[in-house]
Design a protein around this ligand. Structure first.
Ligand SMILES: CC(C)(COP(=O)(O)OP(=O)(O)OC[C@H]1O[C@@H](n2cnc3c(N)ncnc32)[C@H](O)[C@@H]1OP(=O)(O)O)[C@@H](O)C(=O)NCCC(=O)NCCS
Length: 222
């Protein structure tokens, strides 16, 4: 008998039973809200900067990813050692109280990398690449809550990174990230936004007692 896909996030292994329930508060809050009334202009983008942001991010990332991120990861987000961009909405309760909730988040980092992911290298550049390093932006995590997927939130966040790379005057060579091979929605998303699959990392992920390949996607400015 065919098993029903119960995953809330396609980042979890296809047969996972560990991703069937929401844990972040925003989902119960949204049960009493007309989601269609919330437009893109109502979504604010900013970096994560408070302990409350981090508390929300922790729960959302548990829903989005099968990997548990260590406390150090969240400390680095809070103190800005790694960069973040969160998408947030404000909910107005009948009592007049207002509360802000995260609905999407991207965590990224500037890293020193080998030149080798650059495309269209001449032989000379290719040879030199073995001795040079370049700075690039690495997307560590990106996710959007189910209720707001398909509305261009991740696209907006990725476009902000592209702008940073373009405005860096070639100091930043490209954007790259790892995605688990079975995550077709994410792969399609990156391909649609000009990322190319540059490398396959065999058995890169060990998730729920299974091994899965990783794909490295790269975007570089023209
Ligand atoms: C991948 C992800 C971040 C995309 O976020 P998003 O805000 O829905 O993306 P956008 O709206 O900018 O782009 C939508 C595209 O994503 C796809 N998509 C993903 N989930 C979707 C959904 N529930 N409804 C509609 N489209 C969806 C579609 O292919 C769509 O392409 P289209 O514009 O041609 O219709 C989101 O699906 C997610 O959080 N997934 C779980 C976590 C994850 O896998 N992260 C990536 C790890 S590398």
């Amino acid at each position: 008998m065919q098993q029903i896909d119960q995953r809330l996030s396609q980042a979890f292994p296809p047969n996972s039973q560990k991703n069937t329930r929401y844990i972040a508060q925003i989902h119960s809050v949204l049960e009493n809200v007309k989601i269609d009334d919330i437009g893109f202009k109502d979504i604010k983008f900013r970096k994560a900067q408070t302990k409350r942001d981090i508390e929300q991010l922790k729960l959302l990332q548990q829903e989005w990813f099968p990997i548990i991120y260590a406390e150090q990861f969240y400390t680095s987000v809070l103190n800005g050692h790694v960069s973040s961009l969160i998408a947030e909405i404000e909910i107005k309760y009948p009592t007049g109280r207002k509360e802000k909730y995260i609905i999407g988040a991207m965590v990224y980092q500037q890293r020193q990398c080998k030149f080798k992911y650059q495309q269209n290298l001449t032989w000379k550049q290719w040879f030199c690449s073995f001795f040079q390093t370049q700075n690039a932006l690495y997307i560590m995590t990106i996710g959007v809550i189910n209720e707001f997927r398909g509305r261009g939130i991740a696209e907006y966040m990725v476009e902000q990174l592209k702008k940073i790379v373009v405005q860096s005057n070639k100091t930043l060579a490209y954007i790259y990230l790892d995605v688990v091979a079975y995550n077709e929605i994410a792969s399609r998303f990156y391909q649609k936004h000009g990322f190319n699959r540059m490398r396959i990392k065999k058995n890169h992920y060990q998730l729920e007692n299974q091994s899965f390949d990783g794909h490295v996607y790269v975007w570089q400015p023209n």
